[in-house]
Design a protein around this ligand. Sequence first.
Ligand code: HSE
Length: 334
Amino acid sequence: MDVKVSIFGFGNVGRATARVLLKKAGFIQRRYGLEFKVVSITDRSGTLWMPEGIDLREALTVKESLGRISAWTNDYELYDMGPKEAVRDVGADIVVDVTNEVNAHEWHLLALREGKAVVTSNKPPLAFHYGKLTKEAERRGLPYLFEATVMAGTPIITLLRDGLLGDSVERIEAVLNATTTFILSEMERGATFEAALKRAQKLGIAERDPRGDILGIDAGYKATILHCIAFEPMTFDNAEVSGIVEVTEGKIKRAGKSGKTVRLVATVEKGTVTVEPREVPLGSPLAVESHENAAVIKTDLLGELVIKGAGAGLKETASGVVSDVVKASLSLSG
Ligand code: HSE
C-alpha cells in the first residue's frame, strides 16, 4: 500500500526521520507491505510539493548544503505555503509535525478535519491542548499519535495508551529530560555547567533554546502529557516546575558522598505534576546516565513497572516518529 506523507519541519528531527524512512524503506515494505511517498516537505522557507513523491536523498542534500528547502533547483515544485495552507492543499494521508511550533495545534486540528492522520514529536500542542486534539481524532476515527514527544522512541506512550488497560495508574516518577541528566552527570565528573551544556547542544540533545531544558519546562511538558494519558487531560499551566539552575557543584558532591545523585525528577499523580531536582539513590532506576530517561509507573494491579531507554537523540527520536507513521498507516489501511 502506498502512503502519502507530508513532513512539517526539516530541522534535526525532520531530517533524521527522512534518513530513517530512506534506510528502512525495504524493511518496512517487507514487514508491513507499506511504501511511503513523501509528497511535501515544509520548512520555514516554504513548501516543496511533488505529488509523485520527493527524492529524500536530494532533499537532504539541498537542506544540508544550502540550509533551506526553498533552495531546491526546480522552482515549479516550490510553493510559498506555510503549514496551514500545506495541510489543506497537499493531498496526504499522514501529516508529520516535527517542528517546535507552539501553535501547531491549530493545523493539527485542521489536518484532522481534512481527514488526515497526524503524527507528531512536537510537545506544546499536547501539553496545552491534549483534550481537544484527541477528542477530534476520536470523533473522526483518525490516528493522532505522539510517541516521540516523551522519551523519544522509548515507547512509554504506547505502554500507557495501549497496555495496562485494566490497571489504574497511581503514580509515575520519571526522569524525562536528557539534557539536564547529561549536564548533571558531566558535572559529577568535574565539568562546569557551561561546558556540559555546550556538549549537550553539540550532541543534538538540547533544544534549540536550551532554557526550556534547564528550567524544567521540557520535562514539565512531557510529564503533563503523561498525566493526560494516565489520568485525565490537564495543561502545563497547572504543572509546578523548577529546573537545575540552582544545582551547584557543591550540592552534587554532597549527594555523591551519601551514595546519591541529583536528577531532575517529574512526579505525576492524579491532578498534580511536579518537576524538581531531587537526590536519588545510586542504585535507583531513576539514577540514569547520559541521554537516558526512565520512568517508574506504579499501578494498582502490577505494582511498580520500570521503563528505561534513550530519551533524546536524532535516530532515537526518529524511531518514535517512524513507528507512529507505520502504526497510523496500518490503522488507515485496516
Ligand atoms: N531536549 C530534550 C531532552 C530532547 O533533553 O530531553 C528530547 O525531547
